[in-house]
Write a protein that binds this ligand. Structure first.
Ligand SMILES: [Zn+2]
Length: 207
């Protein structure tokens, strides 16, 4: 068990920078053409009032910047954790393009690139999901199912003591291929790549 995990971890660190460089160039070349602007954000879960901030905020049980003892002990939480049901379906928060399906040990993740009304672009990243339904380059919106939360058995295997949840990140950049998410020890290091999702969501959701 130990060896297997060590080898996977090693391969992850060695190989991902090379994959991401090639992909960044290729995708960024065609990504800025036909994407709609994301003027409004929806909850990643299909539920009543999913465009209202209170719907998402009611699910938050761990905030951005919180202390983490897993992976690199003491790193800061890079997103918000949203409570869900076992196996609950996860959707994009708004229109965008799947930038990358990636793997943050031991979790699968999807990053979606969005254009914003101010002319900027951000990524939303959905971490700890399974049965990923989308491909890199695919255009998505709030009705697109990206995957689902862990079921009971997957939660047990991942050794999470928390309830089933989605780790949702809002990112400025994916050039680290998601690695800063479990290794930032200071807020300045974290915020080179990640934004606090709460003010971001509040700004683009109904009050
Ligand atoms: Zn989290």
């Amino acid at each position: 068990m130990f060896c297997y995990k060590s080898i996977l971890f090693f391969l992850f660190f060695i190989l991902t920078p090379f994959q991401s460089l090639a992909l960044d160039k290729q995708l960024e070349a065609n990504v800025f053409s036909a994407l709609p602007v994301m003027r409004e954000v929806s909850s990643p879960f299909v539920e009543p009032e999913r465009k209202h901030f209170k719907t998402v905020s009611a699910r938050i049980f761990s905030r951005f910047g919180a202390y983490r003892s897993t992976y690199r002990k003491g790193h800061l939480h890079s997103g918000v954790d949203l409570k869900g049901a076992y196996g609950e379906k996860v959707h994009a928060i708004g229109p965008g393009q799947v930038f990358r399906n990636y793997w943050i040990f031991p979790n699968r993740a999807v990053a979606v690139l969005h254009h914003l009304p101010d002319g900027g672009a951000i990524y939303s990243a959905y971490v700890h999901i399974q049965d990923i339904k989308v491909k890199e380059g695919q255009q998505v919106d709030e009705n697109t199912e990206l995957g689902r939360l862990f079921n009971r058995e997957e939660m047990r295997q991942a050794r999470y003591r928390s309830p089933p949840h989605l780790h949702l990140e809002i990112r400025r950049s994916m050039t680290d291929n998601g690695r800063r998410s479990f290794s930032a020890m200071t807020m300045s290091s974290l915020m080179e790549y990640c934004l606090d999702p709460e003010p971001f969501l509040r700004s683009l959701m109904q009050k």
